[in-house]
Each structure stands twice: as structure tokens, then as C-alpha cells.
Design a protein around this ligand. Structure first.
Ligand code: AMP
Ligand code: MN
Ligand code: MN
Ligand code: MN
Length: 307
């Protein structure tokens, strides 16, 4: 079992195509990959259309098999704080999830327009054309940060967030996200599993984080990420304790966005120790049905190189 249950394509703020993610996952020997773009399913739908549902499984003995899982990462609100919830979905479309994602994408477009207005006001022109040329369905501040770097306005993305897009930036526009409860319910409506994303990245004290996890569980959340890129061992241990305290399954993923940030790669995160895998998400009673609702791709075995 080698899973990556959190990554992004260029349909949200990732740099790569969904096809790249699939081939990188096969190359790295992953067994399961969930594409979890921010607030949109376009990348998943694209892969689903390109991949026949019933591949010729029996004929592929010895071939590498990669299970693709439909995923999404929903931005939502908990007591005024932005929280991200990953959904590992069974059905791709339900009225509840469709409505939520449509609202999110509209809100993201309106927010981008409001940010563009603020950039106009400080004489930084061109962001609308830049955004219109992107393949992204979910527009994020990350795209606008890319524009600020590409146009020579900022030296790098960190500076773009600090001077323009972050809370104290010149072009900051607050987002209004749906409640945590609504995000979890929309994921549940598909028969999927709601996973609390990167819990150590929120500005919360230990006790507040515990309260978030408790509220997430009460809302119907069933898993949380306990391992991801750049997570130090102390925080990882703490997250495992919290997951066990709140009876949440353990999930993990790279949150891969781009090859440009050298510290992330698909499948790159500290693997779960065997002692922690009894509560791994693949032990969840609905895991199998979620995987079988996905797609499977095959690749020939990697030839041993001749020494
Ligand atoms: P949004 O969801 O539109 O608020 O955009 C947030 C996205 O921007 C996140 O998912 C990250 O990928 C990216 N991001 C947030 N903060 C930073 C930062 N300081 N530097 C670079 N990227 C960031
Ligand atoms: Mn992102
Ligand atoms: Mn996130
Ligand atoms: Mn993410």
C-alpha cells in the first residue's frame, strides 16, 4: 500500500496536468492516488473520461496497477478560521456537492475580480488577461501570486502574499467560505469520506486544535491527515495521538502542487509506521467501495536495468 491522497493539478493551483500526476504516480510505484483540486472536480472528470471504467484487469498480470480515487479539497469556515477538508468521493456528482462547488467556483471568480480591482487601483494591470488564459476552473490567490511574479511586480510568491494577497496586503480580499458542517455534509452526500487536511498548518493552540477536530468529528468527518510534506516528527506524533483520541482514521498525502518547490513531490511524505496503520484510511469500511468507484490504470513492469 503506497498512497497519495492529496495533490493538485492545473485545474486548481497545481502546475501539472492530471496526466502528469498519473504518470508520476506510476513511476513512483504508488498504488492509490487521489486528485484533490481546490473546490473543483474538472481534473477528476477529465481523467474519468479518459480512463475506461473496467480496464482489462485479468490480462495485466505482473503489470503495475494504480487506483485513481475521485477527490476534492474544500475551503470552509470554522469559527472565522479557514479550514481545508479533503473529500475522498464515491459518487462524483450529487446535487448537494454540485451546488457547493458551483458556489465556490463563482465565489473564487468574484474574489479574483475584486483583487484585480484592488490591483488596478495601485497601477498593477493585466491580471484579468493572465487569469483568463489559465486552464484553472478554481481560481486561487496562488494564481494571482504567479501573475505578480511573472509581471515583475514581486520577486517571489512569498513576497506576493506578504505585500499584496495576504491579510495585510494591498490587494487583500477576504473570502467567504461555507461552514465546516456544510463541506463535510457535501462530501458525505457522495458516500465519501471527509478528511481534515493538514491540521498542523492552522494557527491554533493545542486545545483549540483539539476542539476543531472534535467539531469536525461531530459534523461527520471520519479521517484526518497525520502525515504530509514538511511535517516534523513531533507534530506527526501529536497528530497521531489526536486522531486516535477522536477516533479518526489516518490519511496521508503530499499536497503536491508544482515541481518548482523542491521539497514536494508526488508520494513524498513520511510514511506511516506499521503500528499506526491499523487505523489507516484504507481500513475504513467504505474505502473499498470508494476505490472501486474510481478508475484503474495499468503500466507494464519496470524493466530491470541491465548492469
Ligand atoms: P486561496 O484558496 O485562493 O486563498 O489560495 C490559497 C492557495 O495559495 C493555497 O492553496 C496555497 O496553494 C497558496 N498559498 C497560500 N499562501 C501562500 C504563500 N504564502 N506562498 C505561496 N503560496 C501560498
Ligand atoms: Mn493550493
Ligand atoms: Mn490545503
Ligand atoms: Mn492542498
Amino acid at each position: 500500500m503506497y498512497v497519495d491522497l492529496h495533490c493538485h493539478s492545473y485545474y486548481s493551483d497545481g502546475a501539472q496536468t492530471p496526466e502528469y500526476l498519473v504518470s508520476a504516480a506510476l513511476e513512483r510505484g504508488l498504488t492509490h492516488l487521489a486528485l484533490t483540486d481546490h473546490d473543483c472536480l474538472c481534473g477528476v472528470e477529465h481523467l474519468w473520461n479518459a480512463t475506461p471504467r473496467a480496464a482489462l484487469q485479468a490480462d495485466k498480470e505482473g503489470w503495475r496497477q494504480l487506483n485513481l480515487i475521485a477527490g476534492v479539497e474544500i475551503s470552509c469556515d470554522w469559527n472565522g478560521l479557514e479550514i481545508h477538508v479533503v473529500g475522498l468521493l464515491k459518487e462524483l456528482r450529487t446535487p448537494t456537492l454540485d451546488a457547493l462547488l458551483r458556489e465556490q467556483q463563482n465565489h473564487r471568480r468574484q474574489r479574483a475580480e475584486a483583487i484585480a480591482g484592488k490591483l488596478d487601483a495601485v497601477g498593477t494591470i493585466g491580471v484579468r488577461d493572465y487569469l483568463a488564459a489559465l486552464p484553472a476552473t478554481a481560481l486561487t490567490r496562488s494564481h494571482i501570486a504567479d501573475f505578480l511574479v511573472a509581471s515583475g511586480t514581486c520577486k517571489n510568491k512569498q513576497k506576493a502574499f506578504k505585500s499584496y494577497l495576504g491579510r495585510r496586503g494591498k490587494a487583500y480580499v477576504a473570502a467567504t467560505w461555507p461552514s465546516l458542517d456544510r463541506a463535510v455534509s457535501a462530501i458525505q452526500s457522495t458516500g465519501g469520506i471527509a478528511v481534515l487536511a493538514h491540521p498542523s498548518r492552522y494557527p491554533l493552540t493545542r486545545s483549540k486544535l483539539s476542539r476543531l477536530i472534535s467539531d469536525f468529528h461531530a459534523a461527520g468527518g471520519e479521517a484526518m491527515e497525520v502525515s504530509y510534506a514538511n511535517l516534523d516528527p513531533t507534530s506527526k506524533k501529536r497528530l497521531l495521538e489526536l486522531a486516535n483520541e477522536h477516533a479518526l482514521y489516518h490519511s496521508c498525502g503530499s499536497d503536491f502542487h508544482t515541481l518548482e518547490s523542491g521539497w514536494t513531490a508526488l508520494g513524498k511524505y513520511p510514511r506511516l509506521e506499521p503500528s499506526a496503520t491499523k487505523n489507516a484510511i484504507w481500513e475504513h469500511p467504505r474505502w473499498h467501495s470508494i476505490v472501486t468507484s474510481g478508475r484503474t490504470v495499468f503500466a507494464p513492469p519496470i524493466e530491470e536495468s541491465e548492469a
